[in-house]
Design a protein around this ligand. Structure first.
Ligand code: CP
Ligand code: NVA
Length: 308
């Protein structure tokens, strides 16, 4: 059992040193995969609760737990009726008696906070409406693999202030990369997200900018990032968002106005022809599928961080 309970709910709770340490560990794990995986989770069980669909997160966490010697149990939110059949707090109070780790993808960020607060075992956020920390760490590793220790980095996120945007902004603020979000006027990050990011950025020298000017923002970008215009749980706004995001697509014309070596990423799943075209997602600039691969390695590193 862990000596001190830690949770991974948002990268804003991480120090720069912890982020660096997790990324170094992920890089080592990637090099040595299936050769010398530490069995840090041996004979332990991790329960995965998914209130929303998933391909990457579910498969990479199950594989990570297996490769670290443990046992994953996958549950849908409906199976346990979290917050309906039984309160979130009581679900947590039961789970801590049997298993060693909770990995949860929930609609509301408050649900993962409640799980964390109500259990003595670690909770990892596998995506909420507010944050997706594992995705941001996978992006950081992939960026590092492409640009190394470079300090002169500007990440441009094109889309709304969703879970992925917020986590990448937090990551950039913590490690000292400049970050610009390009979004239609009413889709900018709210104060509860901006304030802690700006505080972290003030310590590392990261410059955080919100703009509606796509072409102005991308001119000196190191990496462009985008995500679906409508996140899971917002399906009722799909048509409105399609209208509002017209002009915010990563396509070949936009790419031609960015620096020639610019990297492009996407958390996936992508809506090809909406936020990004196939020509861009499948281009030599794209690191999206490398980032998807890196989910496995960073999540193993996160589990090691919690259990060693
Ligand atoms: N990027 C990501 O989290 O993918 P899934 O929704 O398929 O898990
Ligand atoms: N912002 C997207 C990310 C999916 C991985 C969503 O929440 O649906």
């Amino acid at each position: 059992m862990v000596a001190t309970k830690k949770d991974i709910l948002s990268l804003l709770d991480f120090s720069r040193e912890e982020i660096t340490s997790v990324l170094e560990s992920a890089s080592d794990l990637k090099k040595n995969r299936l050769k010398s995986d530490p069995k840090a989770f041996k004979d332990r069980t991790g329960v995965m609760i998914f209130e929303k669909p998933s391909l990457r997160t579910r498969i990479t966490f199950e594989t990570a737990i297996n490769e670290l010697g443990g046992h994953p149990i996958n549950l849908s939110g409906e199976t346990i009726g979290m917050g309906k059949r039984e309160s979130v707090e009581d679900v947590a109070r039961n789970l801590e008696r049997w298993v060693h780790l909770i990995i949860a993808r929930t609609f509301s960020h408050r649900t993962v906070e409640l799980l964390a607060r109500s259990s003595r075992i670690p909770v990892i956020n596998a995506l909420t409406d507010k944050f997706h920390p594992c995705q941001a760490l996978a992006f950081a590793l992939t960026l590092y693999e492409n640009i190394g220790e470079s300090r002169n980095v500007k990440v441009v996120f094109v889309g709304d202030s969703n879970n992925v945007c917020n986590s990448i902004m937090g990551l950039c603020a913590k490690v000292g990369y400049d970050f610009t979000v390009v979004c239609p006027p009413s889709y900018a990050p709210k104060d509860d997200i901006m304030k802690p990011c700006l505080e972290a950025a003030a310590e590392t020298g990261s410059r955080i900018v919100v703009t509606h000017d796509l072409l102005g923002a991308i001119k000196d970008a190191t990496a462009l990032y985008t995500d679906v215009w409508t996140s899971m749980g917002q399906e009722g706004e799909t048509e409105k968002r399609k209208r509002d995001f017209t002009g915010y697509q990563l396509n070949e014309k936009v790419l031609s106005l960015a620096p020639s070596g610019v990297l492009v990423s996407h958390c996936l799943p992508a809506h090809r022809g909406e936020e990004i075209t196939s020509e861009v997602l499948d281009s030599e600039h794209s690191i999206a599928f490398d980032e998807a691969e890196n989910r496995l390695h960073v999540q193993k590193a996160i589990i090691l961080h919690l259990f060693s």
